[in-house]
Design a protein around this ligand. Structure first.
Ligand SMILES: [Zn+2]
Length: 247
């Protein structure tokens, strides 16, 4: 396979909208990039497709409480990154489908918010297990086409809007990285707002235990460092990685 040329560090856009499957996916995948851009006054929006209702290991969890807690956590985490808007599609966790209603709603948000860049899961990532990540990617990409082309969704009675780029995270073929070394702490801080996920995804049983919190921070840093090594050949940098599509 030919070597892919890796570009790095886009000029911060005027606006960007990320579509994630679950309440913490955006922070995990683009938290550093968004923290960096928001310092440059990029207007940011998060679209969260599912309600996060499978995000616990407690068999007897109160699901309504979990859903409301996760949406509050997502809003707090977004605020840490400097995001002004958080939209919820409200589909059931684990059961996301590419419905026309779902696409229409995201089309509406794209036409309203007018993001220069749309970021989402790479739906073509090979050997991906979680169906919600794949379907969130397809929903977002279908919505970009729907928002861009004037004859799509006339019932919305809105002007079409064409984003300039799509950035796919969890990309199958990475061709771009954003350096996030100075924004790693902000990324971790936003992730730590997802307290309901401490046990299941962050391996933190007691948030007052600084050692456990530090271990999580180091883990997030090591992922960003591994990608820098892999894509830039530079172990002293920290990056988030993407596949870019120009529209
Ligand atoms: Zn997820």
């Amino acid at each position: 396979m030919a070597e892919v040329e890796i570009s790095k560090n886009l000029p911060p856009p005027l606006s960007a909208l990320a579509v994630g499957a679950h309440p913490d996916d955006i922070e995990f995948n683009v938290g550093g990039t968004f923290a960096k851009w928001s310092e440059d006054k990029t207007k940011l929006a998060h679209v969260i497709c599912t309600d996060g209702s499978k995000g616990t290991w407690e068999k007897n969890a109160n699901i309504a409480e979990l859903i409301s807690l996760r949406s509050e956590e997502a809003k707090r985490a977004a605020r840490v990154l400097g995001t002004s808007e958080v939209m919820f599609l409200g589909e059931t966790d684990g059961e996301l489908e590419e419905t026309k209603d779902g696409v229409r709603l995201i089309v509406k948000w794209i036409r309203e918010f007018k993001p220069q860049i749309v970021l989402t899961h790479d739906p073509w990532k090979r050997y991906r297990l979680h169906p919600d990540h794949r379907k969130a990617g397809f929903l977002a990409l279908n919505a970009v086409v729907g928002a861009r082309d004037p004859l799509f969704f006339p019932e919305l009675e809105m002007e079409p809007f064409r984003p300039e780029k799509i950035m796919l995270f969890e990309a199958d073929e990475v061709d771009h990285v954003e350096e996030i070394g100075n924004w790693l702490d902000t990324k971790v801080k936003s992730l730590l707002e997802h307290q309901s996920q401490y046990k299941s995804t962050m391996d933190i049983s007691d948030p007052k235990d600084q050692e456990q919190v530090l271990r999580f921070k180091n883990w997030v840093a090591s992922l960003a460092q591994n990608d820098a090594q892999k894509y830039l050949g530079n172990k002293s940098s920290f990056v988030e990685s993407f596949k870019i599509m120009d529209l």
